[in-house]
Design a protein around this ligand. Sequence first.
Ligand SMILES: CC(=O)N[C@H](C=O)[C@@H](O)[C@H](O)[C@H](O)COP(=O)(O)O
Length: 230
Amino acid sequence: MASAVERTLGGLIVSCQPVVGGPMDRLDIIIGFALAAEAGGAAGLRIEGVANVRGVRAVTQLPIIGIVKRAEPDTPVIITARLEDVRALADAGADIIAFDATDRPRPIPVADLAGAVRQVGRQVMADCANLADAQAAAALGIDVIGTTLSGYTGGPIPARPDLDFVRHSARLGRPVFAEGRYYTVEDVRAARLAGADAVVVGSAITRPEHITSWFAEAVRLPASADPLQG
Ligand SMILES: CC(=O)N[C@H](C=O)[C@@H](O)[C@H](O)[C@H](O)COP(=O)(O)O
């Protein structure tokens, strides 16, 4: 039988992570997003939180990438930093477990997290910020390189996705999932042309607050160009 990663190759993965604390941040709505993504042709889902993974697992056979996010005082690492999170995600039914694979101070080394994912019989997605992270992860034999954290480890967050990172990672001999700021169908196509094996889209599908703000901004014209004011 094809592995979860194999089943997503060439497809769209929808990240169903509502704005934290927002009106969509409810299990029933996350399940709705997941089923709507499946109905629209998604090949996989990315779900945050053990209870959310369990809830989505109960309604779909699509491959699920599970993560747990925690903000902890002693580390900048947020995505699946702890071994107990790996075990809980596996128990909840995640097929692929993603974790922060950046070279930053962390409670558990990347190699140990990868080992723990293997031990529970799941596939490993390494969320990387740059090519050095991706090379280190590939050397550990992880199943998927994610470009997830490019632009999020310091400095201003870029407006556009990091296609160069996709291009360079695609030469490492591991599947690459492009993730992070893929907001349009053109971005997704560009990621595939750059060598991505699958593309993860979150905000542009499952964060209506963000999508609304893009449109709200676009609708505001400078007074000189506004037909009502000019
Ligand atoms: C940096 C970080 O914490 N990224 C998270 C990873 O799971 C999510 O907040 C993103 O929504 C996800 O990566 C999808 O990206 P986008 O929402 O840009 O399509």
